[in-house]
Design a protein around this ligand. Structure first.
Ligand SMILES: Cc1cc2nc3c(=O)[nH]c(=O)nc-3n(C[C@H](O)[C@H](O)[C@H](O)COP(=O)(O)O)c2cc1C
Length: 336
């Protein structure tokens, strides 16, 4: 993306990248770059509705709300909505912009802002202000669960291109798109996205998952954090795509060890992003990862990451079909 990273480890967008103390601690532990927690437009709408209904929005958003906002609640819903929404929006944005500029003043590593984009175009103006606040780059967090029976694959996928097209008009800093893998034709879509003017793709976001509580017979929350065995889908696709795209690839999901970092780099990733491992074990894993990567490089006589990055991308495999094998035939799995 044109960013100079001292190593390929990036702290993924999550609650841990939302405070200056954590941002500083990440840098002190040796992280290469940080993606800030996403600004969620949807969250602002939810806060506004909650506030109108019961006067109890998020304390951070409404703690210092002026009297005009407080009294507005009791009037006409639509008028109150737009008035309170505007307040919540500018307050949330101001806080986010302060986080960016303070992070830039505090640390030397690249700071990447993140916006969660939904089809509504309110966030366009956020992008420009984020650039002005000093962010080195922007990550667009776009996750379309294709669950609407009325929408075709083309309609869903067009949303990504429309968003990129709009953002390009507003900013000049490099921007990346962070995706899920629900695409009808993932290889072709990712390749086209990489040619649309973005500078990076983050593969893949791990969504909030729901589960079922069989005692309460109701929906519950799935595992919030990934496990260390969840990296294979990302690994496969980084390998398939890495030599075929026109932008950088950052690997995300299930990266919990230096070994997995090395695997992603061998598959062709330019960088890796991690969140769950920090929630589970703290930032102290970062120096361990760096030592692990260096030890492995020494053992294999590699003096720079470029010496081995992409060695096991699909295009460089002796048997490229192996990375696409999906059936458990006895020949490959050893199990009947
Ligand atoms: C608590 C939590 C909050 C997250 N918030 C965001 C977010 O605001 N924006 C985003 O793009 N991804 C968010 N993510 C997703 C992570 O950035 C990451 O892509 C995902 O967790 C997979 O990486 P991991 O296996 O290292 O956790 C969040 C993840 C967690 C666990």
């Amino acid at each position: 993306m044109g960013l100079q990273l001292k190593n390929p480890l990036i702290a993924s967008s999550c609650g841990l990248t939302n405070s200056i103390s954590n941002i500083k601690a990440l840098e002190d532990n040796g992280i290469g770059a940080i993606v800030l927690k996403s600004m969620f437009e949807e969250q602002i709408h939810i806060e506004t509705e909650k506030y109108i209904k019961n006067g109890q929005g998020d304390v951070n958003t409404f703690a210092n709300a002026p009297d005009t906002i407080i009294s507005k609640r009791i009037y006409d819903y639509d008028e109150a909505y737009s008035y309170i929404y505007d307040y919540a929006r500018s307050n949330t944005l101001d806080k986010y912009l302060s986080l960016i500029s303070e992070a830039k003043r505090t640390v030397d590593i690249p700071i990447i802002a993140s916006i969660n984009c939904i089809s509504n175009y309110d966030w366009q103006s956020f992008a420009k202000q984020i650039q002005n606040a000093g962010a080195d780059a922007l990550e667009l967090n776009i996750y379309i669960l294709p669950s609407d029976f009325r929408r075709s694959a083309e309609e869903n996928e067009k949303v990504y291109f429309d968003i990129i097209h709009e953002v390009k008009k507003y900013i000049t800093i490099p921007f990346a798109v962070k995706l899920g893998y629900y695409f009808t034709s993932l290889a072709q879509s990712v390749q086209k996205l990489s040619e649309s003017g973005i500078k990076g793709l983050v593969l893949f976001n791990r969504p909030y998952n729901s589960d079922i509580d069989i005692e309460k017979i109701s929906l519950s929350s799935g595992n919030i954090y990934s496990s260390d065995f969840e990296y294979n889908t990302t690994l496969r696709w980084i390998s398939i795509l890495s030599e075929k795209v026109s932008c950088d690839l950052s690997a995300s999901t299930g990266i919990h060890s230096s070994e997995t970092v090395i695997k992603m780099l061998l598959a062709g990733a330019n960088s890796v992003q991690m969140a769950s491992v920090f929630y589970k074990h703290g930032f102290v894993v970062i120096p361990d990862f760096l030592i692990g990567i260096n030890d492995w490089m020494n053992r294999h006589n590699f003096s720079s990451i470029e010496d081995f990055r992409g060695k096991l991308s699909k295009s460089n495999l002796e048997n490229p079909a192996a990375i696409e094998r999906v059936q458990f035939m006895k020949l490959y799995s050893g199990i009947e």
